[in-house]
Design a binder for this molecule. Structure first.
Ligand code: UD1
Length: 426
């Protein structure tokens, strides 16, 4: 066995962060926009793309299907061309690395009439984690068969428009169905659809390619199928999760940071909670500026919900802030089971957290203390970095490959605001 180089990040808490942080294009939008290339034989160019390992994984997956992909401007522009799709199988070895790989299923079925896509796997057994995607595609006339860990999907004479009512909101299922329906015969109505800004961004791009879509951003999306889609150039929407994460850097350290490219409408429920906690968010010419209103952070209760509610992807980071707040807060996770893996790690830094089922009760402490901690997933890892910025002494965050999936140049961005943070390879 070879020796694996695993990076860690070392942070020394050194007080308030001050400066500017640029916000990149949204990972989750880009991961849905890239598979949209499959729907057309004409080129698709994505600008403002984030430079992340998840984007590389999607690149590997699409290339395996026959898409030509060129990264320009150091990866900020991605040129895709699916002139010739010559492989209809998305292999387990790639799909297991990233759940968003399932987003090639709808486009492959819609354009090629056939697809074989590995189930994403993970801890859940069987098809449940993608059942909404599969049931929706069946409604559009696809025949599905689950064999050997793969979904074998067929729509020999094409997909047909239908009414698809999701039993609960799923971002991924909405995206898969939205893409598939653009080339279906007739009209599709997606009910109880996700309303996330990434859905609107995908719809904008598909419209630029020639799709007929209305109602995106609401829970009812109508898609009138067309015979073919053309090419487009599309700029990826700002990453509201990266934005929210870095808004917490001045909040947790008592600093003053401007998030360049930040938009209030992308983070309104999050900003409401920050306001309640005594953090002021003000619009500037370049983006958003964040400072504490009177030096303190108050405890606030948070319940995660689909957009426009409080995002589950900011729950871990908000928990880090609440660890240093005045008083006790209650954080309820309603989207994912078992999304409190960061709690025991924060407790290693002196946090007072009590987890019961989907609820974490956090009592603020005067000071967090630096400690060696382990990143367990993408958002958990960045919550540990935020906590470390506010802690006394050194912290070492291990397994930061999770972080590289979703945050580009994190050390550089925080260092520019005065943080003592560096990456070490062990
Ligand atoms: C997307 C985001 C992720 C975010 C999540 C919720 C991307 C690439 N990822 O993930 O960062 O945390 O939205 O905002 O955009 N579910 C099922 N069956 C399905 C589909 C989903 O049971 O067929 C469940 C999931 O297990 C989860 C919930 O529904 O409990 C919501 O998941 P969903 O909105 O689909 O999340 P993703 O699209 O995977």
């Amino acid at each position: 066995m070879g020796i694996e180089i695993v990076d860690s990040i070392v942070v020394t808490g050194n007080g308030p962060l001050k400066g500017q942080i640029p916000i990149a294009g949204a990972k989750n939008a880009c991961l849905a926009l890239m598979p949209a290339t499959i729907l057309s034989d004409a080129p698709l160019t994505l600008t403002n793309a984030p430079r992340l390992s998840d984007i590389k994984t999607m690149t590997v997956l699409l290339r395996s299907l026959g898409t030509e992909i060129t990264a320009l401007q150091d990866g900020k522009v991605i040129a895709l061309s699916s002139h010739e799709i010559d492989n209809l199988k998305a292999d387990y070895d790639i799909v297991r690395k990233m759940r968003a790989s399932i987003l090639v299923l709808g486009p492959l079925l819609a354009r090629m009439g056939r697809a074989v896509v590995s189930l994403p796997g993970g801890c859940a057994i069987g098809a449940r984690p993608v059942d909404l995607h599969l049931k929706g595609l069946e409604k559009l006339g696809a025949t599905l068969d689950l064999r050997d860990g793969y979904v074998h999907a067929e729509a020999k004479s094409g997909l047909t428009g239908a009414v698809v009512e999701f039993p609960f909101v799923s971002v991924g299922a909405t995206e898969n169905l939205l893409m598939a329906a653009t080339l279906a015969r007739g009209t599709t109505l997606l009910r109880n659809a996700a309303r996330e800004p990434e859905i609107v961004d995908l719809a904008d791009c598909l419209r630029a390619m020639g799709a007929r879509i209305s109602g995106d951003g609401t829970s009812e999306i109508e898609i009138e199928g067309v015979d073919r889609l053309g090419g487009a150039t599309h700029s990826v929407v700002a990453d509201r999760i990266e934005l929210g994460t870095y808004m917490l850097a001045p909040a947790i350290t008592g600093g003053d940071v401007e998030l360049v490219g930040g938009r209030l409408d992308l983070v309104s429920s999050f900003v409401e909670k920050l306001d309640e906690a005594g953090i002021s968010v003000e619009e500037t010419a370049a983006g958003l500026r964040v400072v504490r209103r009177n030096g303190h952070v108050g405890a606030v209760d948070v319940t995660t919900a689909p957009f426009p509610g409080f995002p589950t992807d900011l729950q871990a980071q908000m928990m880090a802030l609440m660890c240093t707040a005045d008083g006790t807060s209650r954080l309820e996770e309603r989207i994912f089971e078992n999304r409190f893996m960061h709690a025991p790690e924060l407790m290693r830094m002196g946090a007072d957290i009590d987890v019961h089922g989907g609820v974490a009760t956090v009592t603020g402490v005067n000071k967090l203390r630096g400690a060696p901690v382990m990143a367990t997933d993408l958002r958990a890892s960045v919550s540990l970095i935020l906590a470390a910025l506010a802690a006394e002494g050194d912290s070492i965050v291990r397994r930061v490959y999770h972080l590289d999936r979703g945050y580009e140049r994190v050390e550089e961005k925080l260092r520019a605001c005065g943080a003592k943070i560096e990456r070490v390879s062990a």
